[in-house]
Design a protein around this ligand. Sequence first.
Ligand code: FAD
Length: 469
Amino acid sequence: MLIMKKYDVAVIGSGPGGYVAAIRCAQLGMKTALIEKYDTLGGTCLNVGCIPSKSLLDSSHHFESAQKHFTEHGIEIQGEIKINFKQMIDRKASVVEQTTKGIDYLMDKNKIEVLHGLGSFEDATHIKIEGKDAQTIEAKNSIIATGSKPASLPFIQVDKERVITSTEALKLKEIPKHLIVIGGGVIGLELGQVYRRLGAEVSVIEYADRITPVMDAGLSRELMKVLKKQGVQFFLSHGVNKVERKGDVVHVTATDKKGGEINFQGDYCLVSVGRRPYTDGLNAQAAGVQINEKGQVVVNDHLQTTAKNIYAIGDVVQGAMLAHKAEEEGVVVAEFIAGQKPHIDYNLIPNVIYTWPEVAAVGKTEEELKQEGVAYKTGQFPMRALGRSRASMDLDGFVKILAHAETDEVLGVHMIGARAADLIAEAVTAMEFRASAEDIARMSHSHPTYAEAVKEAALAATENRSIHS
Ligand code: FAD
């Protein structure tokens, strides 16, 4: 007779939320199982999200530099600079493979038992696994980390060939001639930039009156200006109401606020209108886990579901759909199960767009501070005033610091420019320690670096004392 395996914790889903939660549980001495329905670990982020998209962003950036900037740097290439698109996609696949294998290694190292198959609750302490490692296990505690899938609109039929989501856009067999992007959010802009650099005509249709509507409006404006310069076309305040494939051509119709209609024809249409929480096949109700009308698992402040011994983290619960948010939640839940009192400050989860220039932000936007009636001051510094930016020819963008008008505490940092994704870590650290703008302004920043723009923006917020502008 097969003996049912028993665990202190079973984690369902191996994305950045799930695998990190599993590692922290194991570190804290809990017997842990990680259940994953696919053959590779790492979830959306490692397989079809963060890592492959950054891989293609980097490859296409190199191509663009070779085409547009090498000559100015004094580098001459004999003959035509060509793209080997298959090689670009193969390199991306190999980066993904190395990264997901890294998670296998971490699971082994931490003695976490990986069970491949679809996990579904039989009740609050039993999970049935269907697939390669089919069995039923018993778990004192469970963590739901089942993530998200691309969302669509009711009238759009995503055929995954011509009308595609980000998953297919990361493994196309050819460079689109005209890529129609529905949705001007982070995923549409990152992938739009990849294919624009590779030579595609790219049209972004956005319902709101600006791209990246959740970010500070100043960043949206600057990013759109730069992407337009790179040749991306934008159609703001346009609602798509028809998407139809005829052979290899996709016809998209959009209407503006006054009823004016525009018709687009492209060979590919990327539907990037957000992502939906994923709980298909989980049988959550059998465990007493409630799911709300948005499809999210309902959790309290401790990320505990309506079943006391079951927790949920990452994209499947409320909040930003970001890998590092999922990771923080994974750690917090593991520590809470172990009897500790962990905490996450959601205001300090940074938000990043990996276009070039990169966009990054943490804390409150100007719009939020105005809405909340908080008196604030602004310090802004342009990237083009930095020696480092001139040396690399990365002149676009700025750093903006919002500080409390009276206390000088930093309330928000918003930046667009070279390596902003890395620079934002300084702002997160400063805000975690509740630094004032003057604290940042008085810290030495190495020269020449892009980070000097953070110091200069802090100086600008502190009695307008910026030195270099
Ligand atoms: P996921 O990563 O979605 O993992 C969930 C896992 O659960 C999956 O492997 C799934 O197969 C498994 N699963 C689901 N149901 C079951 C079940 N019943 N049984 C067994 N297994 C199950 N975020 C960033 O922070 N930075 C970025 O640069 C970034 N870029 C992105 C680019 C793209 C193109 C996309 C699509 C997303 C990007 N994201 C990025 C978002 C990021 O990928 C997600 O926020 C993150 O993966 C969420 O992690 P998660 O652990 O909650 O879920």
